[in-house]
Design a protein around this ligand. Structure first.
Ligand code: NAD
Ligand code: TYD
Length: 355
């Protein structure tokens, strides 16, 4: 059982997919801790994700860009977070191919700014009992052949603008640990899926397209492999690492759920057909092979032995259960999906925060 050791946890990117699950978990589990959600609300940030907890007494939202030096300094001074869990990022590989500079700006420079803000706040007082937690990706390790796994000792070899910008940020985090003695921890996690994921990523995109009888785009021949983790398992791991992880360490987090993309798409098609009582093969007929992504990494697979041995974490939801829960959620939350795809979700912030 994890017990709290912080007064104020500042979570960046808390209006996004994983961040909103982290915020909800922390707000509910640690009512005595103030949870500050710092998010710019890009296209990927959606406060509707947090509707159920936004009135909780220990929750605060700050609409701030992580690259804005003055605004972040003001928030750090006002809230004095003893822990930062940093998730804010541009997160979609396809977008990073179109706009690499935006990824460097947010993911690399934004992280450098947050590291500075944290250092400015605590270095003169003391770093003892504080934490800067960088939430990163397994994509920094590059691409695997048919065998082998990424361990914490695998050399960084990022191959997309997204993964390169995250790798650079991770290097900066380690540099602040070695140079300034800043208390940091990094986790590198595999592909997440679950509720509230923006429907540009494979799983929600396929569910949404099946729903609307639109083509299901599969890049290349569909044989690329990803290691899938249900988002709440990631959140449990983040909670553990934030409270029990060793300063200066890196932990890999993975689902032990390696599958080719085409297998995931087939499974989703069959699940939906089964749930809707469609004839077998109805949704598979929508599958369309499209031009491959540039530089498409072939395979990711995580060896999560260290976090299991050191902190006792392992995933609790297998792929079959996780995909079924996810399909149910997207089918039951039509409004959320419709608001996201129409852009109406942007109005929610204006209504709630009177901008
Ligand atoms: P997401 O795209 O759903 O959410 C990102 C959030 O960051 C949004 O709320 C957005 O508004 C906010 N944001 C973006 N730029 C910002 C800025 N300049 N200032 C403040 N806020 C900003 O992302 P996600 O999938 O939830 O990923 C969260 C983190 O986890 C990222 O750091 C990502 O690299 C990492 N990660 C994601 C996965 C995955 O499968 N999704 C896997 C491993 C690691
Ligand atoms: P994605 O969800 O974008 O995550 P990442 O690129 O960070 O792993 O993509 C997961 C896999 O699915 C990846 O190999 C690319 C592939 N893919 C498709 O085949 N079609 C799609 O429409 C998308 C978005 C992804």
């Amino acid at each position: 059982m994890t017990t709290n050791k912080y007064n104020t946890i500042l979570i960046t990117g808390g209006a996004g997919f994983i961040g909103s699950h982290v915020v909800r978990h922390m707000v509910k589990k640690y009512p005595e801790v103030r949870i500050v959600n710092l998010d710019k609300l890009t296209y990927a940030g959606n406060l509707e994700n947090l509707r159920d907890i936004e009135s909780e007494a220990n929750y605060v939202f700050e609409r701030v860009c992580i690259t804005d030096v003055e605004a972040t300094a003001e928030v750090f001074q006002r809230h004095k977070p003893d822990a930062v869990i940093h998730l804010a990022a541009e997160s979609h590989v396809d977008r990073s191919i179109v706009s690499p500079l935006e990824f460097v700006h947010t993911n690399t420079i934004g992280t450098a700014n947050l590291l500075n803000q944290f250092k400015n706040l605590w270095s003169d007082v003391q770093f003892q009992g504080k934490l800067f937690y960088q939430v990163s990706t397994d994509e920094v390790y590059g691409s695997l052949g048919p065998s082998g796994y990424f361990t914490e000792a695998t050399k960084y070899d990022p191959r997309s603008p997204y993964s390169a910008s995250k790798a650079a940020a991770d290097h900066l985090v380690r540099a602040y640990y070695h140079t300034f003695g800043m208390p940091v921890v990094i986790t590198n996690c595999s592909n997440n899926y679950g509720s509230y994921q923006f429907p540009e990523k494979l799983i929600p995109l396929i569910i949404n397209n099946i729903r609307h009888r639109k083509p299901l785009p599969v890049y290349g021949d569909g044989s690329n492999v990803r290691d899938w983790l249900y988002v709440t398992d990631h959140v449990e791991a983040i909670d553990l690492v934030a409270h029990q992880g060793e300063i200066g360490e890196t932990y890999n987090i993975g689902g032990n759920n390696e599958h080719q993309n085409i297998t995931i798409v087939h499974t989703l098609c069959d699940l939906v057909d089964q749930k809707l009582g469609n004839a077998a093969g109805t949704s598979r007929a929508l599958i369309t092979y499209v031009t491959d992504r540039l530089g498409h990494d072939k395979r990711y697979a995580i060896d999560a032995a260290k976090i299991k041995a050191d902190l006792g974490w392992s995933p609790s939801i297998d792929l079959e259960e996780g995909l079924s829960l996810t399909v149910d959620w997207y089918f039951e939350n039509d409004d959320w999906l419709a608001n996201v795809t129409s852009g109406a979700y942007k109005e929610y912030y204006k209504k709630m925060y009177k901008e």
